[in-house]
Ligand binder design. Sequence first.
Ligand code: NAP
Length: 320
Amino acid sequence: MLLSKPFSPSMAFTSTAVGRRRRRSTAIHALDAAQSFDLEAQASDLLELRGRLKIAIVGFGNFGQFLARTFSRQGHTLLAHSRSDHSAAASSLGATFFSDPHDLCEQHPDVVLLSTSILSTAPVLRSLPIQRLRRNTLFADVLSVKEFPRNLFLKHLPPHFDIVCTHPMFGPESGKNGWSGLPLVFDKVRIGDSADRADRCQRFLDAFEREGCRMVEMSCADHDANAAESQFLTHTVGRVLAKLDLKSTPVNTKGYEALLKLVENTCSDSFELYNGLFMYNKNSTELLERLDLAFDSLKKELFAKLHDILRKQLFESPTE
Ligand code: NAP
């Protein structure tokens, strides 16, 4: 509900004084209660309004639209821009689509949120006419790697722009029933000193916190070290299993069903996303090598036992 006129503390004070006088008359108690309820509602509406942001989502594909659904429900004003024409999807999500980035920037969003594929982020950022934005716009991203966009932002954006790097560690599949308890990693890379700039960054992070996300503040470098172990490993195992073309059987165990689910979850993301996890996280190469070594060592262990048994049979069994 929008306020019909702006709320001010003096309105609250005046109305409270009037209310005190009215309390003498029992006949108008109900009216009094209704007024103070109305003031409370107005104050809470004001808080709601102050929390709202104008967010421009750049890269309105699978994940950009997934985020837009929740941001739109929270009452933020949404703008969208993408390489392809996603205007129909945007309007169904309550967002305004701009195919020309100049038009998008001229809307002066509070936050420009990059949700492009990792591989296309650098050219997309370079193509944005950032001179058309307000001087202290907040830049954010949701890329699944973090050191790369951090360094890109710091290199490309003038110092008067704020930067927060985030990674919602869930997707349209794992977050389809809500975001409660799901991790949101963030790093306030560069936020200006003033209270309103800190407040704007906080209001952006609140969009995740109010959905119940587990907020994890972590440096981009630490994120990438941890994510190689967790996320890249999970995607790699899922994609290796997908190559086996596994089928459901009449005797599925719980473990096997978990593997089938893993294949489904990881392969529903684009290969470009997986490729980005490899190309733009320096820890991923080492993880692949460790995985290779681990697989080899496991095979060696099995074959060594097999050889022992064969040798025993060859040398210890009575000859004819
Ligand atoms: P994606 O394949 O990583 O990215 C698709 C997006 O990138 C689309 O908006 C697409 O634009 C844009 N794009 C691709 N190539 C482009 C190019 N050459 N020039 C301009 N734009 C290009 O899939 P996604 O799932 O939507 O992920 C988006 C971002 O969110 C990625 O950085 C990913 O790491 C991150 N993320 C994804 C998940 C997830 O579960 N999916 C979770 C957390 C974070 P068009 O659609 O207009 O072609």
